[in-house]
Design a protein around this ligand. Sequence first.
Ligand code: HEM
Length: 157
Amino acid sequence: MSIPYLFPALLMLHLTGLVFMAGTTLVDYLAYSSLWRSFNQNERPQALLEVMNKFRGLIGIGAATLVLSGIGMMILTKGVFGEQLWFRIKFGLVVLIILNGLLVGRRQGTKLRRALAIGGLVFTDEIQHIKSRLGRFHLLQLLLFLLIIFLSAFKFN
Ligand code: HEM
């Protein structure tokens, strides 16, 4: 038995999750750019850091919505997309987004917050390393989102 409108409803959730996850990643990148500039001034950007702490949760909600709605659509279509080349490539890119997020973005963010709590707003070599890694992290993450959107739009097989 099929439930009418369930597929479009899941697709709507999927796209909402995409907006949350990719949008927050872009805003996170912009917030970090402001944070690096504040090392030149001597005031701790408390309000900015507090807002940035909320981004993790939003990215997590977006990721969970994307994955669950994606799995839902796969179940409804009995895995038909899994046989198509664009979808297989997309799936590999999704795994990369998740790994990059957990292994690089989250880790470096935690390291930075720890370093700021201990040493304050002092631009050390360690902070320089974290800055470069986070720069590469954001660039890769946004590129992967763009590639997935490209694949989903053209759906070549
Ligand atoms: C970062 C993760 C993801 C992003 C950015 C993403 C993005 C997209 C986009 C832009 C579409 C196109 C919607 C349209 O055709 O109008 C789409 C469709 C779809 N996605 Fe994802 N997706 C992600 C993860 C997943 C996962 C993990 C699955 C499955 C387990 C999945 C399954 C699907 C399916 C089945 C469709 C419908 C394709 C169609 O109707 O032709 N997605 N996705």
